[in-house]
Ligand binder design. Sequence first.
Ligand code: ADP
Ligand code: MG
Length: 303
Amino acid sequence: MLQVKNISFSYNKTPVLKDISFTVKPGEHLSIIGESGSGKSTLLKVLYGQYDIEKGNIFWKDEEILGPKHNLVIGYNFMKYVAQEFDLMPFISVEENIGKFLSRFYPEEKQKRVAELMKVVELTKVAKTKVKLLSGGQKQRVALARALAKQPEIILLDEPFSHIDNFKKQSLRRSVFKYLKENNIACIVATHDKEDVLGHADKMIVLNNHKIAVNASPENLYLNPKTPLVASFFGEFNVIDDQIIYAHQLQVVEQSDLEVIVKQSYFKGNCYLVEADWNGETLFFEHPSAVIENEKILLKIAL
Ligand code: ADP
Ligand code: MG
C-alpha cells in the first residue's frame, strides 16, 4: 500500500502542498484533480522522490520513498512516472523506445512484451517508425508503454491522455486502465478531464488551497459534490437555495414557481444546454431541443 502521511512541500518558500495524507492499495486507481496550478504535478513528483519534502513520509509497502538528499538515484523499480513532458529517444523506433529498458538476454520474451504493450497503447502500426516523426499524442503513448514495460507495482501518470485526440482517447483510456487493473498495478492519475475519472477511478482527491479538499469515490462526489469546485469538475451546474443542481437536473414543466427567460441554447450533441435568466442570475438547464430566445420557461428540480 502507498501511505502518504502528512507531507508538506514548498518551492523556495512558496508552499504548494500542506499536510497531505492519503493511501492507495495495490491495484487501486486514484485520480488527483484540481485547478491548474493547484499542485497535481508537484504531488506526483514528490511521490516519485524527485523533491525533498519538508515534513511527513511516503511509504510503498515497507520501503520509504526518499528525495534526492537521501537517495542518490531518483526513483525506484516498483514505481514508474510518466511526466506531462515526456522524454523519449527521438532517433530510434517506437518498439526500440518501449523495449529500451528490457533485458536483451531474452530476445523472444522482449519482443513479445513489446508487442503486447504496443497493443495496449494502440501503436502496433507505427512500431518501426522513429519517434521524432510521431505526433504529440503518439509520443505520449510511447512514454506510457515504456513506463509499463517492466511491470511496476505503481504508476504515476500526469495528464496521460492530454495530447491524444478525441478519436483515440476513449478506446485508449479503456485499454490502459483495463491493463492496469488486470495486472494489479496501482495508479495515480493527475487530470482535469472528468472522463479519466468517471467509470475508471476508485477514489478521487480534490486539491485546493494546498490541501486535500475531499477524498471520496467519484460516484459519491458526483452525487454529492458539496462545493461548487467539485461540481464544476463534473459539468454545468447551478446553486439554487444553497443546493448544487446540475444542468441536467432541471426539467421544463407546465407549472412551477421557478420561472426563467431563455438567453441562448448551445448544441451539445445529445441535448441543448440552455442559458437562462432567473431574476438577474444565470441558470443552466439541459433540453432535448433548442429553446427560442426570450421565451419564458418553467423549470422544476428533478433529482
Ligand atoms: P498543476 O499540475 O496542478 O497545474 P503544479 O504542480 O504544476 O500544478 O504547480 C503548483 C504550483 O507550483 C504553481 O503555483 C506553480 O507555479 C508552482 N511550480 C511548479 N513547478 C515549479 C518549479 N519548478 N519551481 C517553482 N515553482 C513551481
Ligand atoms: Mg500539471
